[in-house]
Design a protein. Sequence first.
Length: 354
Amino acid sequence: MKILVTGGAGFIGSAVVRYIIGNTQDCVINVDKLTYAGNLESLISIADSSRYTFEKVDICNRGELDRVFAMHKPDAVMHLAAESHVDRSITGPADFIQTNIVGTYTLLEAARQYWTQLDAKRKAAFRFHHISTDEVYGDLPHPDENHGELPLFTETTPYAPSSPYSASKAASDHLVRAWLRTYGFPTIVTNCSNNYGPYHFPEKLIPLVILNALEGKPLPIYGKGDQIRDWLYVEDHARALYKVVTEGKIGETYNIGGHNEKQNLEVVQTICSILDSLVPKATSYAEQIIYVADRPGHDRRYAIDASKMSAELNWHPKETFETGLRKTVEWYLANQEWCQHVQNGTYHRERLGI
């Protein structure tokens, strides 16, 4: 196959590109605008492959997308390009509306026009895989509020997004499904839980805590730190996404989660414990934890029911939270130069979204 991956220089996108080039015989066309969170250094390990091509293109630029489709003639699209940081969406929602909604619309139309011109065999085999988030579902009951069995997000959970980011992703999901229903365009949607792992831009919780801890800076916990997330190791997610684009059924939605519900405070404390063992100092890194004002509209709990992925596509996460988090901390310790380069002197791990 020849797969067009949008956002392939980002965190999850680069993991997908590395997985495809490293574990299959497929070709990848990486379409990325290279915003602050996209970095080609994340792809150095596969950049010289004859099966890999990079196109610096904004998904809102229809003319450039048409050129890319005509030139490379992909068999499938994996659409990961998105603005994804909740705090950033609170501070400046316009970029999220533009990229996540207008960009998805523009890509859908470019892909649909290309698809209509394919011969019958290639047309029948074509797939448009839209990669989304569990945040579109809003939040779930928290153990503090519910003493019965706690529900999970399923593929039929109603949408109730809370932030500008999740609302923009919800809109993009609706567009993708509408293109299937109205035009018969062959789409598949996946919604994932919180990803973590190597090459994660340091605005997100886990890399921010690792780097702040090593520099002796405060480790900020929003509110009481009792917000619960389901954590998914990014390389497990990449495997799942490839399963979906190659084996998933048109029109289906698949929820992808790591089966690892953890409170944010527990995540930070676990990072501190790992650092205490790997890079010991006079006092525990946990003494750097501070509590700060909570994020506006902060969802309290996310948790994915990934049983459909397991039953229909035989996918299961390989990493536990403990093994994945230790690998992640070790990667950041070994790749400080990458961390410095991606921050590029313009991002100083300051608080956004206040």
